[in-house]
Ligand binder design. Sequence first.
Ligand SMILES: NC(=O)NCCC[C@H](N)C(=O)O
Length: 300
Amino acid sequence: MRPVPFQGVRMNAYGSQAMSAPLLRVLMRKPGNSLREANADDWHYGPGFDAHKAIDQHAGFVALVEKSGAEILWLEDDGDGLADAMFTHDPSLMTDHGAVLLRMGKPLRSAEPDLHEKAYASVGIPVLGRIEAPGTVEGGDCVWVDQHTLAVGRGVRTNQAGIEQLADILKPIGVTVHGFDLPLWQGADACLHLMSVISPLADKLALVHAPLMPAAFYMMLKERDYTLIHAPEQEFAASNGLNLNVLPVAHGHVIMVDGFPVTREVMEAHGCTVETFEADALCIACEGGPTCLTRPMLRR
Ligand SMILES: NC(=O)NCCC[C@H](N)C(=O)O
């Protein structure tokens, strides 16, 4: 099925080189038959995986995104077998000058950038460049430190060739790319992105899991006067890291997975408004949170 075009706003509005500016448009995919038919072992989904429950929980998340006022461009799951394609954060990156089509480090996800290419074409959003083999870059490894600085995690999903290509694509638009080594942590089959250890919440405010952060990235943020809130260790362990995967829909207004009250409290203590949705089957089992379920297309 073709992506459903936006209603009521300029079809081709785009631009995002920030992490917490108001989310105005976003690319998402409702899980459907591909998730229902997914084999948990093949996709590295955990014991809590339950496709039907995950689909219901996704609807709860969508209600919060819609309530924020963001417009959603939908990719359809018509049974193409791409269970992870609901994690739309990863196959492309948006800039103020167009989209970059990425190349997935997880082989089962390799067809996903083409879905994004079609979606962007359908609404007239230009493509600035594309990561080619042997390069790999996933969107979850990319963090805008400021409008001209992109941090990229080098690990299982994103490699040096990909980082170099991305730097070449972004240099002409005045963006400097910095690569930072990620640890292997739970192994090559598990999902650890740079965004698994940090969620920006507001201007120069971020929630982090410091023990797994690249030290040079941590120091860069400190030197740039970021306030780093440490996500409670116990809840990080209990959620397989998903307690800190928090989506800002505006500066200091965030959506997180339900069930992690201490993480919620530390964000509220820093002035954040927090909304939650149930996501044990969707996020904790499938290794991706609210940031991963969204590809911001316009933040202003
Ligand atoms: N940005 C993200 O952290 N995305 C999560 C992707 C989870 C998905 N199951 C994967 O392994 O790629």
